[in-house]
Design a protein. Structure first.
Length: 376
């Protein structure tokens, strides 16, 4: 066996983290949580760790075993009225009633972050005419256009919206498909404002609604990405509504925050009705789930909206859309989840989608029972 006699000298300083603090995450449910998002505002973090440096840190599981792997993390900021300032975001797996302790290691003077692989990305301008914005992780993708929301199913884990040619997605391809027919509806969560029984749509084709939609991409990286859409009345310049979506790695659902410029109005994510739909609405748990195959060549699709029951004020319906009525909190905000899932047409179609219904029910449980995070 021969060994090289050459050695290399690098000018870079070795990795050094001068400080270590612990963060505990406790599962409040008697069920598993996989890749569960953990979001800690930096303002809250600095109350306990004043010298924390977001430019030089890493997270690791507390080393009960030899040299544990990093937990990919990023600092994420949502812009606009729905933003809350920069946040530390990462994901953990939790068993039933489990508590996980992670180490936050940082250098108060450093300026170097780990180069974790990108698992999410977002685009403030997308599609050939620039009328869309889009965001994705490796298992699904979403887009806004004219205030409507559409989504993409994938056949294998990868990022592909940056390479997707316009109009190449309406039939199943090897990468996946766009299996949802939005048409003139809100799609999967386009906003409606409802006050005194009157609906104001915050979406519509340009010849239907004289609105200006402003898109901003945020995030992108190992943990999460998303977009913020602001809708204004073009003629008056009046602010109508804003919604921010965040999609986490290896999860199907979007985490939304929305607000409006109409005091006293319920802020309502519109969920399109299927022509052959099977629908479950659980007002006590706080979710709407529907599945069907309205377009045979698209395969079977499932869509859902999950909300906090304490904000719920009934269901408003039109011929083609359901709007959960969500009352804003003291800050004028509502929060909810939406998701789309797909059963590819090249596979045999199921008689029911009980597994996906279970997914929605589990998300509802998790949403109503957040994890308990403590900075030790």
């Amino acid at each position: 066996m021969t060994f090289s006699g050459f050695s290399h000298t690098f000018e870079e300083d070795p990795v050094s983290f001068q400080h270590t603090r612990e963060i505990s995450i406790t599962n409040t449910l008697d069920s598993h949580r996989k890749a569960h998002p953990v979001v800690i505002p930096l303002a809250q973090l600095r109350e306990r760790i004043p010298d924390f440096n977001e430019c030089c840190f890493r997270l690791k599981h507390k080393p009960f075993t030899f040299e544990p792997l990093d937990i990919p993390a990023q600092v994420h900021t949502i812009p606009g009225r729905t933003g809350r300032g920069p946040e530390l975001v990462f994901q953990v797996d939790l068993g039933p009633k489990d508590m996980v302790t992670v180490e936050l290691q940082y250098n108060e003077n450093g300026d170097d972050l780990p180069d974790y692989p990108d698992r999410t990305q977002s685009f403030g301008t997308w599609y050939r005419d620039g009328s869309n914005c889009a965001w994705e992780n490796e298992i699904c993708g979403y887009r806004y256009y004219f205030g409507k929301i559409d989504w993409f199913g994938k056949s294998y884990p990868h990022l592909n919206l940056h390479e997707l040619a316009p109009d190449s997605y309406h039939s199943e391809r090897y990468w996946g498909e766009n299996p949802f027919d939005v048409h003139k509806t809100s799609g999967l969560g386009g906003l409606g404002l409802i006050k005194d029984g009157k609906l104001t749509k915050c979406y519509g084709w340009p010849d239907e609604a004289d609105y200006t939609h402003t898109y901003r991409a945020h995030g992108g990286g190992p943990v999460c990405a998303g977009v913020t859409i602001t809708t204004d009345d073009t003629q008056s310049g009046k602010f109508l509504a804003e919604a921010s979506a965040t999609l986490f790695n290896n999860r199907y659902e979007n985490w939304y925050t929305a607000t409006s410029g109409q005091p006293g109005a319920c802020i309502s994510p519109g969920i399109r009705k299927f022509s052959d739909e099977h629908v479950t609405i659980d007002e006590n748990a706080g979710y709407l789930f529907a599945w069907g195959m309205p377009v045979e060549k698209y395969g079977t699709t499932g869509i859902a909206c999950v909300w906090n029951p304490s904000m719920y004020d009934g269901m408003y319906e039109t011929e083609d859309v359901r709007f959960p009525l969500l009352r804003p909190d003291a800050e004028g905000l509502v929060r909810y989840l939406t998701l789309g899932v797909w059963y590819r047409p090249s596979s045999g179609q199921p008689d029911d989608l009980e597994p996906i219904h279970k997914l929605v029910s589990r998300l509802s449980d998790e949403y109503r029972n957040p994890v308990d995070v403590k900075i030790l």
